[in-house]
Design a protein around this ligand. Sequence first.
Ligand code: PRX
Length: 649
Amino acid sequence: MQHPESNTNRQFDINSYEDYKREYTNSISDPEKFWAEKATAFQWRKKWTKMLEWSFKEPDIRWFIGGKLNITENCLDRHLEKYGNKTAFIWEPNNPDEKTVHISYRELFSKVCRFANVLKNNGVKKGDTVCIYLPMIPELAIAMLACARIGAIHSVVYAGFSSGALATRILDAEARILITSDGAFRGKNQISLKNIADEALKNCPSLNKVILVKRTGEPVSLTEERDVWLKDEESKVSEVCPAEEMDAEDTLFILYTSGSTGKPKGIVHAVAGYMVFTDYTFRNVFQCTREDVYWCTADIGWITGHSYLVYGPLLSGVTSILFEGIPTWPDAERWWKLIDKHKVNIFYTSPTAIRTLETYGTELIEKYSLQSLKTLGTVGEPINESAWHWYHKNIGKEKCPILDTWWQTETGGIMISPLIPVKEQKPAFAMFPLPGVVPVIVNDKGEELKGNEIVGNLCFKQPWPGMLKTVYKDYARFKKTYFSDYPGLYFSGDGCKRDKDGHYRITGRTDDLIKVSGHLLGTAEIENAINQHPDIVESAIVGYPHPIKGNAIAAFVISQNQRNDSNAIKKEIASLVTKTVGPIAKPEQIYIVMGLPKTRSGKIMRRILKKIMLGEKKDFGDVSTLIDPDVINKIIQELSLVESTTQGS
Ligand code: PRX
């Protein structure tokens, strides 16, 4: 079943409110027919025999059963005849003095095929996991697609993660090959990625091959037989690489996300469902045409970069910006300058970035026209109303809709979003469930809250094609995390409100996960890192509101030695977290306390610590299960002591 060109110039399915209503109704009344229609536009080696089989009880969800395909044929080969010369990526290096690189679909295709042959030549086979630890350079996207070309599973680890976090992910995914670079440029900093990787690999004896991309040119030490340069390997192979035939349900990638135990969860996505869902959501949410220039600022190391910088835009055959740097270097006008330079039409970023740039004032923005922009988006965390208005006024010039898109690593693609043709929008509201998405809001007992003007836990009733397959090597955790709190439903872990008009607003996490600058972090992972400190007996991490980052981290720690140098301990703790998890997890506040609020069963009541961080002094709700309720007052006293000494110093 081949439609080589049929969707290389596809229109959008949702062009009006009526279209949305119709698509939504069809997607619910007959999901199998609905998704079959969307899927026919792709190239399949063999059509599926059954669209969907599912259960949320013993969770098992399968899409496009029996279908055979390769996602790279849909991202690349399919576009070549008509659009081979069209730019796929405009790469903007970190340093503005370095040259911009345009990569056409044809060039991207050749690079992917050559890289795929390098992988094969280095022993990678279908079903193997390849770990990718690279900065935002074209080779990152190319490496992912090269894996997909030959049926290897990619597991991208964000290049801001530390050696400890990298090692954990390599070991869990059982990766035998790593793709990394000598170093990375990030703003004014140069980060020695190879050194970090070497440190991680000391604990990963079964990883026996490292493919190195040259980026910074800094000296690196090479381990003989293990480490090879990409350039050398490329010269040994051709740029012809037929795509491997994949089953619809084969794994495309693993991507780690924090969980409420210390160990991150390897979220597994399968080829076909992920492809159809990212394509449908990309086209209909962003409404990006072939003439548009689209820019998603997310790092490819996170799901947003996977779905809406690599796969979604390439499936649509559009032009995207791939930016290596940060918004505030060499100055805080870098993004605005790039928007004018490349006449960016669609711009998708995070609330934290918006709030950061807001602090630099509007003068820097006024130097640029930003007239090319027609749509703005945000993702990753709730956007507060004042940041929404700032973005709308100063960047969108009050003419661009803002797409506040809600979704998760687990959902694969956007689930709830404002829609451009449906003109209605409300600041800080994600608004409408997309076709195929059936949200339900339940109370803590799991009862569905019907009607409007309700607040509760956000769940989903039906599967959608982009949903995760499982947690890598841990089906029990998959079942427990997503399907056991509210049996029969997928639970997102988020709180949600449905207002009087039926619009959705996300209120934030309800579990032990914290969003810091849009990055999801698990309290247990940070606590485990802190507990490695020889003086620390126990620790508790909580999030508290922060004007730029959304949330910041406070650590409450119990030290066994009455060391007088509490500042030194705090510094040691901060650097331990940076080294084990990464700089994003570093606590903003560290309090050394005598005790923690614990229940008789030994559980730390973090909600009490959260309230203390919010300045609460009296109202802590039911504390009858605490072993020692008095511990609360002691912590409050210790905190006020710290504050008074800090103010006094
Ligand atoms: O809490 C929600 C928040 O980000 C979580 C998912 O994080 P992650 O898997 O890292 O994926 C982020 C990028 C898709 C959600 O459970 N979140 C994401 N988007 C929004 C959001 N919170 C509020 N509004 C959003 N638009």
